[in-house]
Write a protein that binds this ligand. Structure first.
Ligand SMILES: [Ca+2]
Ligand SMILES: [Ca+2]
Length: 345
């Protein structure tokens, strides 16, 4: 359901629809903080570091006033409507959540109280905030078990790829045994556009262990059945994906019916960070590249296109230009949504 809506939103964007009404039509489809008529808040994993802040976008469809009551006094909330008499009805309302230096690490709640301007009805919900020492790292790609014969090609997704290090990934292959019996089996690491995995001459990928149905494969994985490691799909010297062949279709003594587990290391991975430490595509600095960021890019583009005042800071603009072509426009919003679609499926 979510993906269907995402796809339709993405298609709308791809067709060049960039006006504000379309932002509202897709915003409610996603797992972002929203306050619709039924009043609910879906906050997801909002991270903030002590001494830092994060912008959260709320969609408000009922006229009224909003009060924010943090459980932790180190947390403060600055709604943008503080500059105005009341919150914007049927519109986005951005709140800035600030975390004081020395705040305790851990999850904490902010109670959101909405008082209907006409009926006086009061509704409450909470936004969960995760105070973290260091924000989690954005995925730049994912691992796959790839099954290949002359007649078919299957990829089974494994863990996301975030940084250099050791990965221990197990794939459930119980639905694929018919394929596996005839297939070459590869470990594939693929990038999430627009990120690259790394630079060709620095990137490294090595298999350390293979486990078949919970039993460690004792053959020499530096020789057979690992036949080759290759990288391809590169452009401008950057790696888009990389592959290690674990087993040829006719390799004896290498079979599994339930699971394949591979322990492997990656080094020389590219960073998704800009020089100032911001993540490419993360416009609101919540360490996630998602539909909220796409909304902000579109809102910015709509303002600039109509010669209105730019609402993004220089730092946010740098992050918004996810494809780094020097412009912030609907292409960036499309790429942000495409990235979000990749990481969330
Ligand atoms: Ca974000
Ligand atoms: Ca751009």
């Amino acid at each position: 359901m979510k993906n269907t809506k995402l796809l339709s939103a993405f298609l709308s964007l791809s067709m060049g629809v960039t006006s504000l009404p379309y932002i509202s039509s897709y915003a409610n489809a996603f797992d972002i903080p929203v306050i619709p008529g039924s009043f609910s808040v879906k906050s997801g994993d909002i991270e903030v570091v002590p001494g830092g802040s994060v912008d959260v976008v709320l969609w408000v469809s009922q006229i009224g006033t909003m009060t924010f009551i943090p459980d932790d006094p180190s947390i403060t909330v600055e709604p943008d409507y503080m500059k105005e008499p009341q919150l914007k009805n049927n519109d986005y309302n951005t709140i800035t959540i600030r975390c004081a230096e020395g705040a305790a690490v851990g999850k904490t709640n902010i109670t959101v109280r909405h008082t209907n301007y006409l009926s006086g009805a009061v509704k409450e919900d909470t936004i969960e905030i995760n105070v973290v020492e260091q924000k989690s790292v954005t995925a730049i790609g994912a691992s796959y078990l790839a099954l290949k014969t002359n007649s078919y090609y299957r990829q089974i997704k494994g863990d996301c790829i975030t940084a250099d290090g050791r990965y221990d990934v197990t794939w459930d292959i119980s639905g694929y045994t018919d394929y596996i019996s005839a297939a070459d089996i590869s470990l594939l690491v693929d990038n999430y556009e627009p990120f690259d995995l790394g630079v060709k001459d620095k990137f490294g990928m090595a298999v350390e262990e293979i486990w078949l149905d919970g039993v460690k494969y004792e053959g020499d994985i530096a020789e057979a059945p690992v036949y080759r490691a290759s990288d391809y799909g590169s452009h401008n010297g950057n790696i888009l994906n990389s592959e290690v062949l674990l087993r040829k279709g006719d390799t004896a003594g290498f079979s599994a019916a339930e699971s394949v587990r591979v322990v492997f290391t990656l080094n020389g991975l590219a960073s998704p960070l800009l020089e100032n430490g911001a993540i490419r595509g993360d416009v609101n600095s919540d360490n996630r590249v998602d539909s909220v960021d796409a909304s902000k890019v579109l809102a910015h583009y709509a303002l600039v296109s109509t010669d209105q005042e730019d609402e993004l800071s220089a730092e946010q603009l740098a992050a918004a230009d996810i494809d780094m072509d020097g412009e912030v426009n609907a292409n960036d919003a499309s790429k942000i949504l495409a990235y979000y679609s990749n990481v969330s499926t």
